[in-house]
Write a protein that binds this ligand. Structure first.
Ligand code: BGC
Length: 732
C-alpha cells in the first residue's frame, strides 16, 4: 500500500496507552458484577478473600489452607475420590463453603491422548482440535476436574524450544483458528455442562520467543511484533469466551509477565475486555524475586496483584503478605475484590456451587472404543508426507516388513509431552507402530531396534541391516523420545538425535527400499533424510492410537493431507527462520553479492510452512477476485478451482496469503489469511472461496494501533507458503 498516507481506519479495539511501561493505575475496567458473586463477596472476610487467590498442588498444603478457612483451588491431582475428599472439607468444613476449583494439565487428552498440539496444527483442520478437546473435556470433567491448563497458544519461531510441541506452530492466524477451536471444544456453550471444562489460554505472552530457544528465557519485542504475531491468538480466545488466562514465565521487554500491567491490565482486561481470571504459572510469583524485579515475597505479591494476576499458583506470597500489604496500602481493596470477583465468577459459571462433587461412578480411567476412534482419525489427519519417491503407500500384500528403529516399539513416547491423567499404571499405553502394522497387513513383521534414541552405541546397526536384507521393505521409526520436547526440554542441535542418522545410512546400504516415520515434538533438521530416504512421513507424537494411525497412512487407508505448521530449517544456524518474515532491503539472492543469505547454505528452509504431499496430485487454478477494490467495512471474495488430478481420493489444504508491498511499516513477505482443507475424489474438482475484509489487510503499528492503509495488496493462493498463483486488489 502507499506509505505516508497514514491510517484510514483504526480498527481492532480502543487505542492503548502505547507506552510499554507498567502502570499501577492501568485502566482495565473492573470485573463484571454478578449478583451471586456480590452477595457472597459481602459476606467474606479479608482472609477468606485472600484465600481464594491461592492455588496449590499438595493435598496436605490444601488441607492446611482449608483449616484456616479458605483456598481457591488445587491442581494436578487426579482421581474422583481424592478430589471429593478435599472438596468435602471446603464445602462442609469452611465457614462459607466455597467450593474448590480443580485444575489439571490436559494438553492433548486425559486418558485418550491424541496427537500433540503441534501435530494438530499440521491438520489445518480446526475441527480436529475441537473434537480432541471435547473428548478430553468429557473424560476429565466426569472424573472431577473442572479446569484445564490448555490451550497453549504461544506462536513460536523457535524449534530449539521444547514447548513448540505444545502450540500450533509459527503463524498467528493459524494458531488463532486453533485457539478458538480448542476453547470451543473444552468449554462448549456452557462450562457447567457435565462434559465440559473451563479452558485456560496460555502462556500470556511471547513465551514462544525465548532467546536462544532456552525455556523461560527473555523475549524482547517491538510493540508491533507483539500485537501482530504473539497476541492475536489470545485476542481470539478471549473473543471465543475463554474462562481463564495463564501468565508466561518470561520477561518481556524487561518486565516479567507476572508484573506486566501493560499486557495484563491494559491489553487483556482492558482492550480485550477479558472478564475471567488470570492465574500465575507455577511458582512464577515467587520467581519475581529471582528475576530481580523485587527483593522479597511482599514485593512479589504487590507486583503480581498490581499487574493483574488474580490467582497465585504453588507459591504463597499473596496469602502470606496480602493482609499486611492491604494495611500498608501497597495493594488496594478494589484490587483484591476484583481478583476475588473474577475467581468466584468462574466458579459460579462452572456450576461448582450446585455440583461441587464428582460422581465417582462416572469416573473415566481408560479410553473407550469411541475415544480411540477419535484419536486414530485425528492422528491420521495430522500426519505430513514430506517426501515420497513412490515407495508409499505400501501394498498390504507385501511379504515381509522390517520395522527398525528406537521408536518402532515405543509406547508412551508416542504420547509426546504431557499425558493428562498420567502414564504407567495410571493410563493405557499407546499402540506401537509394530502392532499397528501387524494389525493392518498380513505381512510377516519383524522388529529390530538398531540403536537408542540418544547415545553413541552403534553395535545394533549390523542386526538392523540383516533385518532389512531379509525384508521386502523396511519401516524406520525414528525421532525423539517424549522427554525431548515439552517444558525445559530445549535442544541446541535439532538433528535426529544419537546415531539414528547412521542407522538410516546403514539401511540405505542394504538396498532394501525403506520409509522413515518420524516421531518428534519439534521441527528437525533432516536434509540427510530428504536426500537419502525414499519416503519420509512426519507422524509427530501421534498419541494413543499412534501405531494404527501410522499404519493407516503407510498402507494408504488414509491419504496424508497434513501440512507443516512450522518451517523446517536446513540447519539450526538458520533459526529463527519462518515464512512470514519481513522484507529486507536486500532480499537473499544466491547470484547477487551482498544480499541477505548464508555462504554455506542455500536460501530458504528445507520444507516451508504449509508444505506437505499426498498420494494423489492437485492443481489449483482460475484465481479470481469478486472486485478489484476492497472498501472499508466491505468484503472481497477470492475464488480458486482445486482439482484432484491423480488417481486416488485425497485432501488438499488450499491456502491464501497476502502481501502488502508498500506500507508505513515493513510488512511480512507473506501472511496467511485463509485456509480450507478439502477432500476430493480422484478426478473431482471444486471451487474454494475466501472472504477478505479490511481486518485481513491491516496491521498493528508501534503504538498498538490497527492500521488499514490504502493501496495495492497482493494475493497468493496455493498449496504452501510458496504459492505462486497471484492477483492483486486495491484497498480504498
Ligand atoms: C507450566 C504450565 C503448567 C503448570 C502447571 C508450569 O510449569 O509452564 O504450562 O500449566 O506448570 O502444571
Amino acid at each position: 500500500m502507499i506509505a505516508g498516507i497514514g491510517a484510514v481506519a483504526a480498527l481492532g479495539g480502543v487505542a492503548s496507552s502505547g507506552a510499554f511501561a507498567s502502570t499501577a493505575s492501568a485502566a482495565a475496567p473492573p470485573a463484571p458484577r454478578d449478583p451471586r458473586v456480590e452477595a457472597l463477596l459481602r459476606r467474606m472476610t479479608i482472609a477468606e478473600k485472600i484465600g481464594q487467590l491461592q492455588l496449590v498442588r499438595d493435598p496436605d498444603v490444601a488441607k492446611s489452607f482449608l483449616a484456616k478457612g479458605s483456598l481457591g483451588g488445587v491442581f494436578n491431582i487426579v482421581g474422583a475420590a481424592a478430589l471429593n475428599d478435599l472438596q468435602r472439607i471446603a464445602v462442609e468444613q469452611t465457614r462459607l463453603g466455597i467450593p474448590l476449583i480443580f485444575g489439571l494439565d490436559i494438553i492433548h487428552g486425559y486418558t485418550t491422548n491424541v496427537s500433540i498440539p503441534l501435530a494438530q496444527g499440521a491438520s489445518f483442520d480446526p475441527t480436529v482440535t475441537e473434537d480432541g478437546a471435547a473428548t478430553a473435556a468429557g473424560e476429565a470433567r466426569r472424573s472431577g476436574i473442572h479446569w484445564t491448563y490448555a490451550p497453549m497458544m504461544d506462536v513460536s519461531h523457535e524449534p530449539r524450544w521444547g514447548r513448540i510441541a505444545e502450540g500450533n506452530g509459527e503463524d498467528p492466524y493459524l494458531v488463532s483458528r486453533f485457539a478458538v477451536a480448542a476453547t470451543r471444544g473444552f468449554q462448549g456453550d456452557d462450562i457447567a455442562a457435565p462434559d465440559r471444562l473451563a479452558a485456560c489460554a496460555k502462556h500470556y505472552v511471547a513465551y514462544g520467543q525465548p532467546e536462544g530457544g532456552r525455556d523461560y528465557n527473555t523475549a524482547d519485542l517491538s510493540i508491533q511484533r507483539l500485537h501482530n504475531l504473539y497476541l492475536p491468538p489470545f485476542k481470539a480466545a478471549v473473543e471465543a469466551g475463554v474462562a481463564t488466562v495463564m501468565v508466561s514465565f518470561n520477561a518481556l521487554n524487561g518486565e516479567p509477565g507476572h508484573a506486566n500491567s501493560y499486557t495484563l491490565r491494559d491489553v487483556l482486561k482492558g482492550r480485550y475486555g477479558f472478564d475471567g481470571f488470570v492465574v500465575s504459572d507455577s511458582r512464577a510469583i515467587g520467581e519475581l524475586i529471582v528475576h530481580g524485579l523485587v527483593a522479597d515475597g511482599a514485593g512479589a505479591a504487590t507486583a503480581g496483584l498490581t499487574a493483574g494476576v488474580d490467582m497465585e499458583m504453588t507459591t504463597t506470597n499473596y496469602t502470606t503478605y496480602g493482609e499486611q500489604l492491604l494495611a500498608q496500602h501497597k495493594i488496594t481493596r478494589a484490587q483484591l475484590d476484583d481478583a476475588v470477583r473474577r475467581i468466584l465468577l468462574i466458579k459460579f459459571r462452572l456450576g461448582l456451587f450446585e455440583h461441587p462433587y464428582a460422581d465417582a461412578s462416572g469416573e473415566v480411567t481408560a479410553p473407550t472404543a469411541p475415544t480411540r476412534a477419535v484419536a486414530r482419525r485425528l492422528a491420521g489427519r495430522c500426519m505430513v508426507l514430506l517426501k515420497n519417491d513412490g515407495v508409499l503407500p505400501l501394498a498390504t500384500s507385501v511379504g515381509t516388513i522390517a520395522v527398525i528403529g528406537p521408536l518402532g516399539q515405543a509406547t508412551y513416547d508416542l504420547n509426546g509431552t504431557w499425558t493428562g491423567r498420567g502414564t504407567g499404571s495410571a493410563t493405557t499405553p499407546p499402540v506401537t507402530v509394530v502392532d499397528g502394522i501387524k494389525a493392518a497387513s498380513s505381512a510377516t513383521v519383524t522388529f529390530t531396534k538398531g540403536c537408542d534414541v540418544n547415545g553413541a552405541d552403534t553395535s545394533g546397526l549390523a542386526a538392523a541391516q540383516d533385518a532389512a536384507r531379509a525384508a521386502d521393505v523396511a519401516v524406520l521409526v525414528l525421532g525423539e523420545s517424549a522427554d525431548m520436547s515439552g517444558e525445559a526440554a530445549a535442544r541446541s542441535v535439532i538433528d535426529l538425535p544419537g546415531v539414528q542418522q547412521q542407522l538410516v545410512a546403514a539401511i540405505k546400504d542394504t538396498g532394501t527400499p525403506f520409509v522413515v516415520v518420524l516421531v518428534n515434538g519439534r521441527p528437525l533438521t533432516i536434509p540427510y533424510l530428504h536426500d537419502n530416504a525414499p519416503a519420509v512421513l512426519e507422524a509427530w507424537a501421534p498419541g494413543l492410537e499412534g501405531g494404527h494411525a501410522v499404519a493407516d497412512v503407510l498402507f494408504g487407508t488414509v491419504n496424508p493431507g497434513g501440512k507443516l505448521p512450522v518451517t523446517f530449517p536446513r540447519a539450526v544456524g538458520q533459526v529463527p527462520i519462518y515464512y512470514n518474515h519481513d522484507n529486507t532491503g536486500r532480499p537473499g539472492d544466491p547470484n547477487v553479492h551482498n544480499t541477505s543469505k548464508y555462504l554455506d547454505l542455500p536460501i530458504g528452509p528445507l520444507y516451508e510452512f504449509g508444505y506437505g504431499l499426498s498420494y494423489t496430485t492437485f492443481r489449483i487454478s482460475g484465481l479470481r477476485l469478486s472486485s478489484t477494490r476492497l472498501r472499508r467495512h466491505g468484503t472481497l471474495r477470492v475464488t480458486v478451482e482445486v482439482a484432484n488430478t491423480g488417481s486416488r481420493d485425497g485432501d488438499e489444504v488450499v491456502q491464501l496469503y497476502l502481501h502488502d508491498p508498500v506500507a508505513s511499516l515493513v510488512q511480512p513477505v507473506r501472511r496467511l489469511r485463509g485456509f480450507e482443507r478439502v477432500t476430493l475424489r480422484a478426478g473431482e474438482s471444486r471451487d474454494v472461496a475466501f472472504t477478505l475484509t479490511t481486518d485481513d489487510v491491516g496491521f498493528y503499528d508501534n503504538e498498538a494501533e490497527f492500521r488499514v492503509e490504502p493501496g495495492t495488496v497482493e494475493v497468493y493462493v496455493g498449496t504452501s507458503s510458496a504459492a505462486t498463483l497471484t492477483a492483486s486488489f486495491e484497498v480504498v
